[in-house]
Design a protein. Structure first.
Length: 102
């Protein structure tokens, strides 16, 4: 990561802390990247409406810039229970997983 990118990240993090967190009285559990995590998770769930979990994650990787599926999965805010529900919804909708078209 370059120096310019670090400076930008620091700048936006400081602005978020002094402007947004103060205004909305957010505690230390809310950080700038909390919103990014939440948005990406909501986008993933929306993508699942028209694609498989793998296809949705592949599309997200292009949007987020994650280099691997593992890195993206760690980033997504999906509990194991939610993940199991997503799989069941997909299976019930299409009756198969990924390319296993019976």
């Amino acid at each position: 990561m370059g120096c310019l990118e670090n400076n930008r990240r620091d700048h936006f993090s400081k602005r978020f802390k002094t402007v947004v967190k103060k205004h909305f009285k957010l505690d230390e559990n809310h950080a700038l990247y909390s919103f990014r995590h939440t948005f990406i998770t909501k986008l993933y769930r929306a993508l699942l409406e028209n694609s498989s979990p793998h296809a949705a994650k592949s599309e997200l990787m292009g949007i987020t810039g994650h280099a691997s599926m593992d890195a993206l999965e760690k980033y997504l805010r999906i509990s194991m229970l939610n993940y199991q529900m997503i799989i069941l919804i997909y299976f019930n909708k299409y009756g198969y997983f990924y390319n296993d078209k019976r």
